[in-house]
Design a protein around this ligand. Structure first.
Ligand SMILES: [Zn+2]
Length: 62
């Protein structure tokens, strides 16, 4: 099923000017947003519901 709580997605933490920081593992929250931490700097990540991002997640799983 799509959109389950606990679904995990991977993204990249990009910093303006430095560009690449580390890998972020995001997990889906009950409200449909995503949350996780950067593996390198430990920064907290939050992402709102984003149909384009979710399309990419689905593409990765297919
Ligand atoms: Zn980072």
């Amino acid at each position: 099923m799509q959109g389950q709580v606990g679904t995990v997605a991977v993204t990249i933490h990009r910093i303006p000017k430095k560009e690449y920081c580390g890998v972020v593992v995001l997990s889906r929250q009950a409200d449909g947003s995503w949350a996780g931490k950067c593996s390198k700097c430990g920064g907290d990540f939050q992402m709102d519901r984003d149909a384009r991002f979710e399309g990419q997640v689905r593409a990765m799983r297919n």
